[in-house]
Design a protein around this ligand. Structure first.
Ligand code: UFG
Length: 339
């Protein structure tokens, strides 16, 4: 089976994808600089997979280091996760985002080109749809960035599109993630945000486990059924399996593609709170605050293209997302620890 290089390999989505790729028979080499992840992830992956992970510590911005990794491991494809992902931080530190998310992507692509590797899976985001005009969102909906983070994802997609036009050896998959949540069913790996979580489910998890007092609900006056924001939450293992399907498609047939990875189902903030209370048996108190700047009322995917092109559909529902998040949170109340 082919060897696949995962960048940002010890991060939340990549670590789950690592297991899914191994389960599908791929050989995986991981690279990360631990700028937003913990080395403890590698121990957990070893425990879950029963083998020592092949891992190299490096930044994707270090072209020489990345080239050395290609020379040593000879991957036939790359799944590129390494990027910063906090919307608010991207507004405050745009250069850091362009340097890491765009500069890192370019450095990885240069190394691929130098080593004759053209299969590339890119972590894009539903953020590229900006304020969606119609729901569900199809891949041909208008795109536009509302913050530097979103801009880096759009630029990334553009870099890959231009590479494909310049040289048909480039076969790229842009995967537009909706809202990844949950954890591996074992509860041994999961999301471990540094500091105060920006995203809903990790915050709810920390309230349920007693690490924080109450959730702040950002706005209950949206034009949605209960007034709170509606999103397409997708179980991280479904998302991981979507990457496997995308990679198989790149190995099986010619052609680049862009697909949504979502469930097609929207849930409100209060739906998530209620589901989490059910899954955990713990109360999740909340206070309502004004809307958060930049948030959209509702956003969910049309997942038909991924079903048609990849034969992939999300399998796990909101209750499984909450139950698996809770298993991880309860077993690891401080995440991976000092890591
Ligand atoms: N929310 C709260 N309280 C919180 C956190 C979130 O009420 O403490 C609400 C938000 O207002 C929103 C919903 O919960 O209605 C989901 O918010 P998240 O921050 O979890 O997710 P977003 O949809 O805002 O952002 C996600 C990714 C971004 C990406 C964006 C669009 O985190 O990286 O989707 O694709 F840009």
């Amino acid at each position: 089976m082919p060897t696949v290089l995962l960048t940002g390999a010890t991060g939340y989505i990549a670590s789950h994808t690592w297991l899914a790729l191994q389960a599908a028979g791929f050989d995986v080499v991981g690279v990360d600089d631990f700028s937003n992840s913990s080395p403890v992830v590698l121990e957990r992956l070893a425990e879950l997979s029963g083998r020592a992970p092949q891992f190299e510590r490096a930044s994707v911005c270090n072209a020489a280091a990345i080239s050395g990794i290609f020379a040593r491991h000879r991957p036939q494809a790359v799944v590129h996760f390494a990027a910063f992902k906090a919307v608010g931080e991207s507004v405050e530190r745009p250069l850091a985002y362009y340097a890491n998310n765009v500069g890192g992507l370019v450095a990885v692509c240069e190394a691929m080109q130098a080593h004759g590797v053209g299969r590339f899976v890119f972590s894009s985001s539903a953020t590229v749809y900006g304020q969606p005009e119609t729901l569900p969102i199809r891949e041909d909906a208008p795109v536009g960035a509302t913050n530097p983070y979103g801009a880096t994802k759009l630029i990334g997609e553009g870099v890959l599109r231009d590479l494909g036009r310049a040289d048909p050896a480039w076969q790229t998959a842009c995967l537009r993630y909706f809202n990844p949540v949950g954890a591996h069913e074992s509860g041994r790996i999961g999301e471990d945000p540094r500091g105060v979580p920006n995203n809903l489910m990790p915050y709810v998890a920390q309230v349920a486990v007693g690490r924080r007092e109450a959730l702040t609900v950002y706005g209950n006056d949206y034009p949605t059924p209960d007034g709170t924001g509606v999103r397409d939450y997708i179980h991280v293992m479904d998302l991981a399996e979507g990457h496997v399907a995308a990679l198989r498609a790149l190995f099986d047939a010619q052609g680049s593609f862009t697909v949504n990875l979502g469930t097609g189902q929207g849930y409100s903030v209060l739906d998530v709170v209620a589901a989490y209370e059910r899954a955990s048996g713990q109360p999740v108190p909340y206070v309502v605050a004004p809307r958060r700047a930049g948030d959209v009322a509702a956003c969910w995917a049309d997942p038909a293209a991924a079903a048609q092109r990849l034969g992939w559909r999300a399998q796990r529902g909101l209750d499984a997302m909450c139950a698996d998040s809770w298993r991880w949170q309860q077993g690891n109340p401080q995440g991976y620890g000092a890591g």
